[in-house]
Design a protein around this ligand. Structure first.
Ligand code: GLY
Ligand code: MN
Length: 465
């Protein structure tokens, strides 16, 4: 974790933002069983808890009393049985000191504190719970039905947290650069070692091993597949075949839980085919032009549409699309090939703060588009210094979507469906980097994984060490 002063200043800012009324309940996460209670998923602390409290272990909660300006940490000291099985751990008092917290109490005392606050008519601010264990507990303690907890969550707290967490500090950016440093090694190793005959799972294993060996873990479910047209493809069961592309979308989460999220696409062979090169260079141009356009005050929805126009122009140049580019993008024809948003905030979560609601995080006062493709944009609002987000355009050939739109006669003014028959086995290409908005423009974070055709072919032709 960071120094105690970091968490103290975040909490005191939160107290100011909420104008000192009521209490804030911050629920830590519990261990989560896989197939029986004692066999658990790798523990991951709640990100809001990590941000304001920093303590990275299960069965903790905190209450910030806004009127008194005092934080209490709820949790239990270990019994001797716990120590026998899990080893010695810091006491609650020692943990509280690491976070600069004044008071501790046993976990069982939390219910009474909440009931007392409720009876006294004090506001109890909490974020929408997403884990079953916390939903059940909060429902019982607060007397709110489980499926009403989301709507009962505090909008004031959500807005205050988004305001703080969206603006990364220097120490957070340094941690994200570390995540990207590890992520760089993951991508370089995969790109160096891929060859026909290996399994996709061989490469996924190479990537994930590096994240773990550097003190972290994968920041999200690794996507590593020749079937890049499936956007969040979770399978690694194919043998790598000459003539195909590989799409690798994976990154590390550091020991302090900041994420990196990078995508690279490259051929199974040592060189791109002319067709692969053409599509790749369109995506690369869209990515680089989109990054170039990022700066304070620029609406990310506009950057998304810029990337879509570059894609349409490129697809027209190789004969797969036709017609007026602006009309094609306005009507959503590009979404046949680019059906997702250009990017999302990133930080303690790979889709940062998604638990708080995409409207608050990515839209603010803006309305979400209802059009297929553009409506999936997770970040649309004007960019501000300190924002860190992904830029990740792609071109995908999704046979099911092509067939459907073709059968519906959709966008026949813009799409040359006849020419798409040759691309049914192509897969997909996505290129993704992580970008920080500075006072005067932007900075691409981390060591940038090579991404030009020339750079990739050079790596693919070199021998792994
Ligand atoms: N890296 C996966 C995603 O951004 O959704
Ligand atoms: Mn991403």
């Amino acid at each position: 974790m960071f120094q105690a002063a970091t968490y103290q200043s975040r909490r005191s800012r939160l107290t100011q933002q909420l104008q000192g009324r009521g209490i804030v309940l911050l629920m830590g996460n519990e261990e989560s069983p896989i197939n029986y209670a004692g066999n658990v998923y790798r523990f991951r602390q709640d990100s809001n808890f990590l941000y304001f409290i920093g303590l990275d272990q299960a069965h903790l909660a905190a209450v910030i009393d806004l009127d008194e300006g005092v934080t209490t940490l709820f949790g239990n000291d270990l019994s001797i049985e716990d120590v026998v099985w899990e080893g010695p751990q810091p006491t609650m008092l020692q943990l509280a000191a690491r976070s600069g917290i004044e008071k501790t109490a046993p976990y069982a005392a939390l219910e009474e504190v909440l009931v007392k606050a409720k009876t006294a008519g004090r506001a109890i601010h909490f974020t929408p719970p997403y884990r079953a264990e916390n939903k059940i507990r909060m429902s019982q303690w607060l007397g709110i039905a489980i499926d009403e907890l989301k709507s009962a969550a505090s909008e004031a707290l959500i807005k205050a947290i988004v305001e703080q967490r969206a603006h990364k500090t220097e120490e957070e950016v340094a941690e994200m650069e570390l995540a990207l440093d590890i992520t760089f090694d993951m991508h370089m190793s995969v790109m160096l070692q891929a060859e026909p005959g290996l399994m996709e799972s061989d490469l996924a294993g190479i990537a994930e091993a590096i994240a773990i060996s550097r003190g972290g873990r994968p920041a999200y479910g690794t996507i590593l597949s020749m079937n890049g047209q499936t956007l969040h493809n979770p399978y690694y069961t194919n043998v790598l075949e000459s003539g195909r592309m590989i799409l690798g979308d994976f990154g590390a989460e550091t020991g302090r839980h900041y994420a990196g999220d990078i995508t690279r696409s490259f051929p199974v062979d040592k060189t791109f085919t002319p067709r692969q090169r053409d599509i790749y260079n369109i995506v690369l141009e869209a990515e680089m032009k989109a990054i170039e356009a990022c700066g304070p005050g620029i609406r990310y929805a506009d950057v998304h549409l810029l990337a879509a126009r570059v894609i349409v122009e490129g697809m027209k140049a190789i004969g797969l699309m036709k017609g007026n580019t602006d009309d094609a993008v306005a009507q959503g024809a590009h979404a046949l090939f680019f059906p997702h948003g250009l990017g999302h905030m990133i930080g303690l979560d790979v889709h940062d703060m998604e638990d708080l609601g995409e409207q608050y995080v990515g839209y603010g006062d803006m309305q979400r588009s209802t059009q297929f493709g553009t409506k999936y944009l997770r970040l649309a609002r004007a960019l501000e210094p300190g924002f860190v987000f992904t830029v990740e355009p792609g071109i995908y050939f999704i046979p099911e979507l092509i067939d459907l739109w073709r059968s519906e006669g959709k966008f026949t003014d813009f799409v040359n469906y006849d020419k798409l028959d040759d691309y049914r086995q192509f897969g997909g290409i996505r290129i993704e980097d992580n970008v920080l908005i500075t006072d005067s423009g932007h900075r691409v974070l981390g060591p940038v994984v090579p991404k030009t055709v020339e750079e990739i072919e050079e790596i693919r032709s070199s021998e792994p060490e």
